[in-house]
Design a protein around this ligand. Structure first.
Ligand code: IDC
Length: 341
């Protein structure tokens, strides 16, 4: 009996340890499981504490690919490609990156049709879709508050009833005078109000200072609304431990974090693929239940593009290894859960 008791105790402790370290790891990071899409399984996402959770309140990590600038590579935002990313790459998420400047929305509002194509394709394929108001060159999100409100009002009216939608309201605020207190937070509060009038539930993600590297600053002065998350971006050749410390601090302060964009390269989007640093980040995100979208789907010849230079000009998907760049091969393996931990 004594021996049996000891064995039972050891087994019990082992089970307890295993289940604790498995908090996030009953690997449901699948685009399709038992014939059901991720949106059929997870349904309406919600934030509980610092975790992104499914409709039942269970923490989930969702992962996928970002479009490149839709003004340049919008042709990939189509149903064939998005379905291919779901079925071959195991993507649960597609991010539609709609630049504001750099030839984006300010030049022609017609670019929003590529967002609409993206959302329709993701709804059809049971994937989550991120509507990204890609603030970059315009630095201060306040600079185009009225346009942002008009756009998000339209999107949330059209799609607010679908659990597939995630709003990303300012990609990367930047510039010396652009602060959380004076620019980003007041902007976010306005846009959140606009979205919430049409869509009470879907997740809204807010950019953070200095190209979305400072979630800990936002964490000190959080927005009082539900289902809000804060962004961290990283590029594996440029950002490491210090950035991760910012994320840790944010989580400690109770701020939920979503990595809406990251790359395997330098912050320029080029300069080689940094595999070791990438895998450190992946481990960190998995341990902390942080969801993400990788930059980006293009065949431009930039190292952060998942397609080899010039491949798939027709944008149909169906890629084999020779169509993928070194970055693309690595990202595909990661999303397909094929990397040894
Ligand atoms: C880069 C593109 C590049 C394009 C440039 C325009 O990869 O082809 O010429 O934008 O400014 C970001 C931005 C993202 C950048 C990316 C790589 O969100 O728009 O894309 N990056 O530089 N933040 C950090 C890196």
């Amino acid at each position: 009996m004594k021996v049996f008791g000891k064995i039972a105790l050891v087994a019990g402790v082992a089970f307890l340890l295993a289940s604790c370290s498995n908090k996030y790891k009953d690997d449901t990071r699948l685009a399709i499981e038992d014939g059901r899409t991720v949106v059929e399984r997870y349904g309406q996402l919600q934030v509980i504490g610092t975790d992104l959770c499914n409709q039942d309140g269970k923490p989930v990590q969702i992962r996928g690919i970002s479009s490149h600038g839709l003004q340049w590579y919008g042709k990939y935002a189509n149903e064939d490609v998005i379905k291919w990313l779901r079925d071959d790459w195991n993507c649960q998420l597609w991010r539609a990156a709609m630049y504001i400047s750099e030839g984006g929305y300010l030049s022609s509002k017609a670019i929003k049709n590529r967002v609409i194509d993206s959302v329709d394709a993701c709804i059809k394929n049971g994937m989550y879709v991120m509507i990204d108001w890609h603030v970059l060159g315009t630095k201060d999100p306040m600079a185009h508050l009225d346009l942002a409100k008009e756009f998000f009002d339209e999107m949330s009216k059209k799609y607010g009833q679908y659990p597939n939608i995630i709003y990303e309201i300012c990609n990367e605020p930047n510039g010396d005078n652009v602060t959380w207190e004076n620019n980003i937070k007041p902007y976010a509060e306005e846009v959140i109000k606009t979205i919430r009038a049409n869509d009470p539930n879907n997740i809204i993600i807010v950019g953070t200072p200095i190209w979305s590297s400072q979630p800990q600053i936002a964490a000190k002065n959080q927005i009082k609304a539900k289902n809000i998350m804060y962004t961290v971006h990283f590029y594996a050749g440029t950002h490491g431990k210090e950035h991760r410390r910012n994320v840790k601090k944010a989580l400690k302060l109770g701020a939920p974090v979503f990595c809406t964009e990251w790359g395997t390269t330098m912050a320029s989007g080029d300069g080689g693929v940094f595999e070791k640093s990438t895998l450190e980040w992946m481990k960190f995100f998995e341990e902390n239940n942080i969801s993400w979208a990788n930059w980006a789907l293009n065949n431009k010849g930039e190292d952060s593009g998942i397609l080899a230079y010039g491949k798939d000009k027709e944008a149909k998907g169906g890629w084999t290894d020779k169509d993928l760049s070194p970055d693309g091969k690595l990202i595909r393996k990661i999303i397909r859960n094929e990397i040894e931990k």
